[in-house]
Design a protein around this ligand. Structure first.
Ligand code: PLP
Length: 454
């Protein structure tokens, strides 16, 4: 996820050059606000006031940390400001925040019982629905987070093969457990001792990593496409997907697709199914409950026995209400044009933004699938332009991300997209005027190992 030390030019690097008291004026500089008051209280009782990927530490200073509510395509921050949400909770929100059918199913089950002494019948309904939906799947196991599902996938692969080595792509994110977290603090080398690395979309590098693993190769774990943060996103080459499939079959290893982020946003099946490569295992999370906490590991019949051998459990994994939400979500995936809709909306957004960028003289790179867009600027090694753009979009009521891919949801309308494009038009115009005053974000500089040379 993080690039090696790179030299970049900058005018200032001290923390004072960025943040609420930055010398460059931010359009929505934080005044005394409900958000600020919550941050002050949080700083006393929560490490760093907030942690993890939803912390604003790596976002422009003006970004709100706390939100009151969400509905359809919009979020309301702690100060009541309404924002078009192009992050969709970092993925979980696929059909729109608080989709009425999903919420009704959730509430119905909640009224009956949620975390009980054993699962509710809905667990079987949901497993049947997922097995029917995802072509490679013969069985399903449920958990809460994407990390649970990827961790369980790796464990099943090792149990099935009796081997240790798992190959993952350089820069890929598969969760926050010690074996896969990008943050080294508190992680012992032994936790990652049996991971090999390859370059995404590079068959020769996958072969070399597999050769190095030799007869200890348990699995190849891949994202559906290269959706690394801080980088342009790249589609998966179908030849690479088929090569990975063939390599795993030839060497007796399992192929795992990590569909936690992109699952059901690219296809109504596993994301690699349209590429002609069916995995043995697929990890799901985020969108499958349309915002409710549930994730899943799906597997082929060939590795069912190993899945039955591993010790996998958690106090809340069998909670019934999120399962009911997921069942209702799956029904909507089957019965609505949600996928065609987010593709059409994403295309409208991509085209409108490209025109606006051209009009204002910006080389904006729009990569990734249109329904999961990644926006980075050319010649912006320390992301200062992207941060300035995100600030300006926020000031115009649109929540966008300066270095992570975004997400569209099916509750968005053409009018929402047109509003986002109009906001971008204004933001890109103002950004030209601010260009010389933009500063790099000190935490980004530090995290990416950028050496600011000015
Ligand atoms: C591809 C991928 N895998 C795994 C995970 C981990 O999921 P979670 O944060 O729900 O544990 C994520 C989360 O962003 C992800 O994007």
């Amino acid at each position: 996820m993080l690039s090696p030390c790179r030299a970049v030019r900058a005018r200032a690097t001290s923390p004072a050059s960025y943040g609420p008291h930055a010398r460059n004026p931010t359009p929505t500089a934080m005044t005394a606000s409900a958000d600020q008051a919550l941050r002050t209280r949080a700083a006393r009782v929560i490490p760093n006031g907030m942690y993890g990927h939803e912390s604003t530490r790596l976002l422009p200073a003006a970004f709100p940390q706390f939100f009151q509510r969400a509905e359809g395509a919009h979020l309301w921050d702690a100060d009541g400001r309404r924002l078009l949400d192009l992050m969709c909770s970092y993925g979980p929100n696929l059909l729109g925040h608080r989709h009425p059918q999903v919420e009704a199913a959730f509430q119905r089950q909640l009224a009956q019982g949620d975390a009980m002494t054993g699962p509710a019948p809905v667990m079987v309904d949901l497993a049947e629905a997922l097995v029917a939906q995802v072509a490679h799947a013969g069985w399903a196991m449920f958990c809460k987070n994407g990390t649970d599902a990827t961790t369980m996938a790796v464990t099943v692969a090792r149990a099935h093969t009796g081997r240790r080595q798992v190959l993952v792509a350089h820069g890929a994110y598969h969760g926050a457990a010690p074996w896969c977290t990008p943050g080294p603090a508190g992680v012992v080398a032994e936790a990652r001792a049996h991971l090999g690395r390859f370059t995404y979309n590079d068959a020769a590098s996958l072969d070399a990593a597999a050769d190095a693993a030799g007869d200890d190769l348990a699995a190849v774990l891949v994202a559906p496409y290269r959706h690394d943060a801080f980088a342009d996103n790249t589609p998966c080459d179908p030849a690479f997907a088929r090569h990975a499939r063939a390599l795993c079959s030839a060497r007796g290893a399992l192929l795992i697709v990590d569909d936690v982020r992109a699952g059901f946003r690219l296809a109504r099946d596993c994301s690699w199914a349209p590429l002609g490569a069916q995995p043995d295992l697929s990890a799901w999370g985020k969108a499958i409950g349309n915002g409710h906490p549930i994730s899943a590991l799906l597997g082929s019949d060939a590795c069912r026995a190993a899945a039955g051998q591993i010790y996998a459990t958690d106090s809340f994994w069998f909670a019934a209400a999120p399962m009911a939400a997921a069942l209702a979500t799956l029904q909507l995936l089957r019965e609505t044009d949600y996928l065609e809709r987010i593709v059409a909306l994403g295309t409208r957004l991509r085209d409108g933004l490209a025109e606006a960028a051209q009009r204002h003289g910006w080389a904006l790179k729009q990569t990734g699938p249109v329904q999961m867009p990644q926006w980075l600027f050319d010649d912006d090694p320390d992301f200062r332009i992207g941060f300035g753009f995100a600030e300006e979009m926020l000031a115009r009521g649109v929540y966008v991300h300066p270095w992570h891919n975004m997400f569209l949801n099916a509750a968005m309308t053409e009018a929402d997209i047109d509003a986002a494009v109009a906001a971008a038009d204004g933001a890109l115009a103002v950004l030209q005027a601010r260009r010389g005053m933009l500063r790099p974000h000190p935490v980004v500089v530090q995290r990416l190992g950028l050496r600011v040379v000015d």
